[in-house]
Design a protein around this ligand. Structure first.
Ligand SMILES: *Cc1c(COP(=O)(O)O)cnc(C)c1O
Length: 487
């Protein structure tokens, strides 16, 4: 399987190991596979017989052919172990006549663990496979959740180090504690005086500074990013759609071949794009519902073909991981539908603030809905009072969108659940009509008291953890910190 950049008219091809090491193409485009492997219903029936690590290895093997099946199986067995994910990495809860695919049973209680637990292992292997003699240094600027998920994913991985910068005043107490107490011999966590933008601008500056690259290269290091546009983060997300379909067939909720609609709470468009790829492989997916919060550029796009960020103001919501105006992975969808010329035009248009996609009819597999803050809260409350099912704010956005779409469809619906309700305990408490304690940890206990739903171990254990990292620096000192790194 070869990969090309979404913007490259010459279609220069790269191997899967190179693509995982490299992340983003030199022309700014995203790497995409030149063909989509096919799954027959018989193949799906065979996958349904396997446990999750075998399902992951079987599906990844179709895309990442620089890796042997055994290497992939070893990586997925370690990534999705019972110790890390409990009994099942991606269980389904039936709630009324909907199915919630819970992708948050991993070490940080959010769906990014599904990719970030396995992708660092493949990055590490890619260094040997591409003949790379330098080690990778991952730099992350985080507003909270991605940083912790990346730290957990990259810790103690061979030939890879990770440094996370977070804004000292821009993350919750729980998030701060999660990162400051991180274990692992290759991790570094540094607080920045300033906001998330200051941290992100600092990291971007370091990435584009050729003198930093040269100095690090002399020490045997190269910079890499844990960004969600890496195909290595997308591929593991294809797995759970196929796995969920298999589980529903095994549970006799679906007959093999029945069409399943899927609703995905969407930010950067990575998760739902993985669903699209699974559908293209042959998984019987019907409509893909793209659920957005008040930052609903995508809802407008699927309705009108116009992607317009110019006229919009970024708003902060109770579902912060979806507070995004430019969804990077949409460029991959445009490439799949219309090729590199249109994808390059799209990228240019979006960078200038507006793009109109002329082949709007090709978007008919998708439908977008937007969910207000009020409806997010109402959905959390009604799912809990009617079904005793507690969901987080992001999942609530999806559940609302699914409800809207189901007014016009008979198919069964899979709703993708992306975070534990405890990850966003204050907002969930508020939605339930409860007062919110000042201290985050008290919010966890209170939400438990009100609902009786178990607190994930990784969060309840935090309160007593010791901080290992206490460094606070100004943004100007970030470069110095990075330059001090050694192989
Ligand atoms: C990242 C994230 C999303 C958005 O996923 P994308 O792949 O960026 O569309 C939704 N919910 C939660 C909890 C997330 O962390």
């Amino acid at each position: 399987m070869k990969y090309v950049s979404t913007r490259d008219g010459d279609k220069k091809e790269f191997s899967s190991a190179f693509v995982i090491k490299k992340g983003l193409a030199d022309d700014g485009g995203l790497f995409v596979p030149t063909e989509i492997p096919e799954l027959s219903l018989d193949d799906i029936a065979a996958i349904a017989e396997m446990d999750y690590p075998h399902r992951a290895a079987a599906v990844l093997n179709l895309f990442l052919d620089d890796y042997s099946f055994d290497e992939l199986l070893e990586a997925s067995s370690k990534a999705y172990s019972e110790e890390k994910f409990g009994a099942s990495p991606a269980p389904i809860s039936k709630v009324g006549d909907n199915y919630f695919l819970e992708l948050w049973h991993g070490p940080t209680s959010a769906f990014k663990d599904m990719a970030l637990q396995i992708m660092p292992r493949m990055l590490s292997l890619s260094l040997g496979k591409t003949g790379e003699d330098k080690n990778a240094l991952i730099l992350v600027a985080t507003s909270g959740d991605t940083g912790k998920a990346a730290l957990e994913g990259y810790k103690d991985i061979d030939r890879v180090g990770i440094t996370v910068f977070y804004p000292s005043d821009g993350v919750s107490n729980i998030q701060k504690k999660q990162m400051a107490s991180q274990d692992g011999k290759n991790v570094d966590v540094i607080a920045i005086k300033g906001n998330f933008d200051d941290a992100q601008t600092g990291v971007k500056k370091i990435f584009s500074d050729s003198s930093v690259r040269e100095t690090l290269a002399e020490k045997g290091l190269f910079l890499s990013s844990a960004n969600s546009i890496n195909f290595g983060r997308l591929a593991p997300q294809i797995v759970y759609y196929i796995s969920a379909y298999c589980d529903l067939v095994n549970e006799k909720e679906l007959h093999l071949g029945d069409t399943l609609d899927v609703t995905v709470p969407t930010g950067n468009f990575g998760n739902i794009l993985a669903c699209y790829i699974a559908k293209k492989m042959g998984l019987p997916i019907g409509k893909m519902i793209c659920a957005s919060n008040s930052n609903d550029v995508l809802t407008e796009f699927f309705e009108t073909g116009v992607y317009d960020t110019k006229k919009r103001k970024f708003v902060t919501t109770v579902s912060p991981s979806m507070d995004i105006l430019v969804s990077s992975n949409l460029e991959r969808l445009i490439w799949f539908l219309s090729g590199e010329k249109v994808a390059a035009d799209y990228a240019k248009g979006v960078s200038e603030g507006r793009y109109e996609y002329k082949d709007k009819a090709l978007l008919s597999d998708f439908k977008g809905y937007s969910c207000s803050e009020e409806n997010t809260a109402k959905t959390i409350k009604s799912l809990f009072t009617e079904f005793a099912y507690l969901c987080d704010t992001h999942t609530a956005v999806a559940a609302y969108a699914a409800g809207e779409y189901k007014k016009q469809s008979e198919n069964k619906m899979l709703i993708v659940s992306t975070a534990s309700p405890y990850k966003f305990a204050p907002a969930v408490l508020k939605a339930l009509g409860e007062s919110v304690p000042d201290d985050d940890f008290d919010s966890l206990d209170k939400l438990f008291g009100v609902t009786g739903v178990k607190i994930p171990e990784n969060l309840s254990a935090l309160r007593d953890k010791k901080n290992i990292f206490n460094t606070v620096i100004s943004p100007e000192e970030m470069k110095e910190k990075v330059l001090a790194k050694n192989k």
